[in-house]
Design a protein around this ligand. Structure first.
Ligand SMILES: N[C@@H](CCC(=O)N[C@@H](CS)C(=O)NCC(=O)O)C(=O)O
Length: 210
């Protein structure tokens, strides 16, 4: 049985969404962020040395890193769902956005969070970070103006990756004026499987109406 080691208000919400879409049986082991530091509890390090979420276990296998987890689940439990045909244009977009979500899109958001801890001392970096956030959001918006989903016109693994940076941007008020991106997030938030995952996952600061 698959177990999702799920941290509240975190990226692992998208793994719950994927499993709900696939109708795969799974169990959730919940972990709570520290109320002061917002960090994951040390207990998560007993599952995987990085101590981050998401991480899944499947029998004696332990898999960390969202993209790897999504690919693992699709390979073992997907029956071909949510992966475009390999020789299609959609497949190239699929691969691109699978990597891009954590490799590029999240980077300036994380910089904004971490430099935010510095207060005024972060001021020289703020314009650079804001420019970089804008570049990422412009790029995503441009893609979504021409496409229903991130890899062609059907939901794919790339959407499970990309929802998190967009939700994080929206919850921080950074999507104003990015109409295609807002419409995309709202569309995903209406999916029954997304809502079922929300119900099971508990606290999620980036869901509908945030
Ligand atoms: N690139 C990794 C990032 C994992 C990550 O940073 N997860 C956050 C939750 S959104 C976390 O565990 N934060 C708690 C901490 O670092 O203590 C992935 O996509 O799995």
């Amino acid at each position: 049985m698959l177990t999702v080691h799920h941290l509240n208000n975190s990226r692992s919400q998208r793994i719950l969404w994927l499993l709900e879409e696939l109708g795969v049986e799974y169990e959730i082991k919940s972990y709570e962020r520290d109320a002061k530091t917002n960090r994951a509890p040390a207990e998560l390090k007993t599952i995987h040395p990085l101590g981050k979420s998401p991480v899944i276990t499947d029998g004696d296998k332990v898999i960390a890193e969202t993209g790897t987890i999504i690919e693992y689940i699709l390979r073992h439990y997907g029956n071909g769902k949510f992966v475009p045909e390999e020789d299609s244009e959609a497949f190239d977009d699929y691969r691109h956005f699978m990597h891009y979500a954590e490799g590029s899109a999240m980077f300036p958001f994380l910089l904004a969070i971490y430099t935010g801890y510095l207060g005024e001392a972060a001021a020289p970096l703020t314009p650079i970070i804001m420019n970089e956030i804008k570049a990422q959001l412009d790029y995503i918006e441009y893609h979504l103006i021409g496409h229903e989903y991130f890899a062609g016109d059907e939901l794919s693994g790339a959407d499970f990756m990309m929802i998190f940076p967009l939700e994080a941007a929206k919850a921080r008020g950074r999507l104003l004026g990015y109409d295609a991106s807002i419409e995309y997030v709202n569309k995903i938030h209406k999916r029954p499987a997304y809502l079922a995952a929300l119900e099971k996952g508990g606290d999620y600061a980036f869901g509908p109406n945030k």
